[in-house]
Design a protein around this ligand. Sequence first.
Ligand code: F3S
Length: 396
Amino acid sequence: MYLTRDQEKMLEGEQGPGVAKALKLLVSLGDVFEAEKLIPVVSAHISGVSYKNLGEAGVEWLEDLVKLDAKIKIKSTLNPAGMDLKKWDKMGVPEDFALGQLRVIKAFESLGVEPTCTCTPYLVGHVPKFGSQIAWAESSAVCYSNSVLGARTNRESGPTSIASAITGLTPLYEYRLEENRRPKKVVEVKTELTSRLDYSAVGYVTGKILGTMVPYYKGLGKPDLESLKTLGAACATSGGIALWHGEGITPESKSMNQFTKGLEKIVIEERDIYEAKEKMSCDIKDPIICLGCPHCSLKELNEAAKLVRNDKLKGKVMAFTSKGVYNEAEKLGFVKEIEDSGGFVYVDTCMVVAPLKEMGWKEIATNSFKAAQYCTNMGIKTKMGTVNELITEALK
Ligand code: F3S
């Protein structure tokens, strides 16, 4: 990969050993993918924050970067951690896990990263512009930023997004290039989508069929922001989709329409959605109802609050969101309404990256195929339902 003289000097340590270490990682990545050169990025979103995923080796890697005096150069936010940073005890997170997790957050803060701890940074002011080159990890956020915002990122990993945050650079390859953003299959949805669960199911089915290919959707109806975030999260989970286009919905769909001629078409019908829901649902009696994968928006917390208003939950309901959205929801009284009914609202974490086994979780119910897939992989039984269905059941 071609490096400018300044980049060579960075690699030799002119800007310190932390920058050199980060750049070395990006150069290796660029060489693997045969990138022509490095390009500047304007924002980073960093995943791999949970102590569950990082373990001691990961924390030490981060602490080493801090010791090397590394600092971020661009706006950088953090994905969810393994616990609510304040209410971890109430969540049932073991203390040794909490201590490890707090070390992780401290290391990121020392690097200068904003401890947003959310997979929806775009709901709390981190909204890259159309066409901007960014280095985002977290597959659902990658899908959202590429597809809905029209920014350009690859599916970065925790380490590569940190390296880009520290250097302000990334190798030029894959979805950063115009030609790789073209659709590879047309996906026609031939059924009315009436809930966010339906949108999540469409994403799940698409990923299963297409793997990592770029879909061009027709017939998605009029999805709200929340439906777009859940669709992307699901197709990034069941396949490895990083970018999708939705006719009349996503910003690049108009220019990409010309490349759909002659493409193979896949049809998604009501039966496919039904089967996907059935496949992810077990007959379980007392699940923890988990909302917020990806993290709840203000609208979703408002909807949940309305459903439980002046009523008492018999089942356990937990909503996961970001601190930024929580603060707004608290001002508007939504958090109080959910908590008064017996529900919980947690920030900084989610039903996947928390240490669920250690917390004794065995069954969950959710409206997100991403959450269901990950929980199933962890041996937790799952059930699918719309928020309305799940909360109505918990009120019975
Ligand atoms: Fe976010 Fe956790 Fe789901 S990170 S996308 S809520 S698995």
